[in-house]
Write a protein that binds this ligand. Sequence first.
Ligand code: IPE
Ligand code: IPE
Ligand code: MG
Length: 245
Amino acid sequence: MKNPSSGGIPRHIAVIMDGNGRWAAARALPRTAGHGMGVRSVKQIVESCAQRGIEALTLFAFSSENWQRPREEVSMLMNRFLEALDEEVEGLHRNGLKIRFIGNLSQLSAALRERMEAAMRLTADNTGMTLVIAVAYGGRWDIATAARELARRAAAGEIRSDAIDESAVAAHLQLAQLPDPDLLIRTGGEQRISNFLLWNLAYTELYFCDTLWPDFGVKDLDLAIEFFSRRQRRFGLTPGQAGAR
Ligand code: IPE
Ligand code: IPE
Ligand code: MG
């Protein structure tokens, strides 16, 4: 799974699932109700992506900055993650999905970490779609962590510092085993990256839509995939060069 997808169907889709709070506010519900409904969208999108032959789906569930939200909202989200893991892992495993969690997992509770590790172990040998869930994840943290590990290895004499190149950095990032996302979807109307996969999104096609995450369904997913299929990915080449590839 090395070459990026050009046109057609994306191999790897990344999603910034935004708009849960506004979905709830529009209905005079607490923000947490929006997160509850967001889980429903997650299930639908995971299933649809697997059906469409997407090889990897990376979902941004909780950012390193989201720790600064009100304590009740953070703890509700963490509880909802726990519940969702308990409810969904068996089914995902039966369907052959491989589950991975990325982010600063050491910041999570031991109970949550254990469930995550168990889910990763259980599904490690599956050959279906890889589902990556980014929790307590920040793109800058990811790059800094890779830099620290490379520095440690250089100091230990395992690698030469002048051999540290782009591929060495990439190999130490959280998504090291996967190709970069072909398509990024951000729901909820904002057009920003919010410290998601800063390195890996270098050449990703960006799709922004106003739909709030709890309202995002299969039709919206297909619109995003269709948008992707119309893009010519040039990777710095001229249109003529890229078309001939
Ligand atoms: C995305 O929805 C979910 C998380 C960040 C955890 P938000 O909670 O950011 O919803 P809005 O952006 O406030 O509507
Ligand atoms: C990005 O959404 C993080 C996740 C979807 C998990 P935010 O709602 O935190 O982003 P900002 O703060 O509006 O940029
Ligand atoms: Mg938001």
